[in-house]
Design a protein around this ligand. Structure first.
Ligand code: GNR
Ligand code: NI
Length: 168
């Protein structure tokens, strides 16, 4: 097991588009395990491979308080969406920023699990928000892309300043 570095906005690698996983081999399972460890350590509820500089199309999440409901989605696809809801989001790659984003309220998602077995989930509320947020990461998209240019520019300046101060 290993902790992975989480990329931070405006790192251009967060814009990479993930490639479908065609073989769930030992390397893929190692990445999944390391992503769970990294997500739990960072107190996140989800993590997309893009955030740890991998282009594999997979994500991990765990919405439970006790860290006892790990979900791994490989090659996830949203197969239906219904309704609309605006909820506050945050992101481990955009630390300290919380803004409301409009998402589908109810989704069905199909994917492969860590063993390569097909799974289909019906989600609403926070799990639905989280899966949509993570799949956006796999497509190179961030939740702040839904905000105004002005807000995004302010966030960029703030994080660039914090990165400079962390440097020296
Ligand atoms: O930990 C996280 N919390 C969160 C809260 C509301 C909406 C989405 C999220 S995902 C985020 C972890 C993260 O950045 N995943 O990509
Ligand atoms: Ni995120």
């Amino acid at each position: 097991m290993a902790l992975l570095e989480i990329l931070r906005y405006p790192d251009s690698r967060l814009r990479n588009k993930a490639k479908p996983v065609d073989q769930i081999d030992a390397e893929t399972r190692q990445l999944v395990d390391d992503m769970f460890e990294t997500m739990y350590e960072a107190s996140g509820i989800g993590l997309a491979a893009t955030q740890v500089n991998s282009t594999k199309r997979l994500l991990v999440m765990d919405i439970s308080e006790q860290h006892d409901d790990p979900i791994c989605l490989i090659n996830p696809e949203i197969i239906s969406k219904e309704g609309e809801e605006r909820e506050e989001e945050g992101c481990l790659s955009v630390p300290g920023v919380h803004e409301p984003v409009k998402r589908a309220k109810h989704i069905r998602v199909k994917a492969l699990d860590r063993d390569g077995s097909p799974i289909e989930l019906e989600l609403e509320g926070l799990p639905a928000v989280c899966v949509q947020h993570e799949i956006d990461h796999l497509d190179g998209k961030l939740f702040i892309d839904y905000l105004s240019r002005l807000k995004r520019a302010r966030i960029r300046k703030k994080l660039e300043k914090e990165a400079r101060q962390a440097d020296d």
